[in-house]
Design a protein around this ligand. Sequence first.
Ligand code: SAM
Ligand code: SF4
Length: 338
Amino acid sequence: MPTTTDPAAGALVDAFGRVAADLRVSVTDRCNLRCTYCMPAEGLDWLPKPELLTFEELTRVIAIAVGLGIRSVRLTGGEPLLRRGLPELVAQIAALEPRPRIAMTTNGLGLDRLAQPLKDAGLDRVNVSLDTIDREAFTRLTRRDRLDDVVKGLQAAADAGLLPVKVNAVAMRGVNDESVADLLQWCLDHGYELRFIEQMPLDADHRWDRSTMVTQAEILDRLGERFALTPLGAEARGSAPAETWLVDGGPAVVGVIASVSQPFCGACDRMRLTADGQLRSCLFARSEHDLRTPLRSGASDAELAEQMVRLMAAKKAGHGIDDPSFLQPARPMSAIGG
Ligand code: SAM
Ligand code: SF4
């Protein structure tokens, strides 16, 4: 049986031998929060509705990708729960053969109502973004006073059995960097698996600054003041972006995705599809491949598959954030799909 690290498993192989096995699908660019590291306070235009791929179009692209070796699909956005009828899309993906694993990254708003219907439709897991449990800091970070709704959403995810429930957090200097240990304690108390993500240069305001970014080393120092952390090492990590540590001897773990200070591009197995049908081989790619036009003008599955294979083959070695010539992608994280 071929594995996803074996090029024979699929045709989505790049020039460096990396094989795409994970497809991130953005289902909308809209959002009901305005996290400072992602969106501007106001003034971002939404994609016109006719440009969004329909569920049928999304499922067709995902089915072709599954035929090429994609084994897990993650729904994201913008805020994926804002896309009306999302459980229907999940059910369509869950009916594919072979059935991919289906996960979702969400800010948790509305998950209290949707967790069970999504689970029933076939969703396997969720990551809920929550940067702090301090109401004032949450409101500063997201520019909305919605902490209670996120907490409700997390509880509903656990009740629905979307396990393990993971929490994604970005540490921002002067806002929540000093309270990362409080967030870990809260996640441990509730049985959620916490992972920090280093802030990446993907904010709409272009305010990211390498010199003030909170690094993995700093996060670990702060956590280490309160918890004993034991590294789980490369084997536990596989191609996952998060490095993980046992907390106080386990079984609980905490992860850090050090996308900037310790890039994991060499093990990247991801491809991305934006809500308007643009295929990307990297979060930081400066160019996208338009799949929507061929999709809507009669291209066959084989032709679309060939375009995916060609895009993946041209994937760059790394994101190049530290290169002097690095330029942030034209779209912010919310429009690419995190
Ligand atoms: N709205 C959903 C959410 O917040 O979970 C899904 C989309 S969001 C773009 C996906 C993930 O990207 C979230 O966990 C968020 O914290 C993370 N993210 C957004 N902007 C980021 C940035 N500049 N650097 C690192 N992570 C970022
Ligand atoms: Fe919205 Fe998610 Fe971006 Fe926050 S990180 S603004 S919740 S898309």
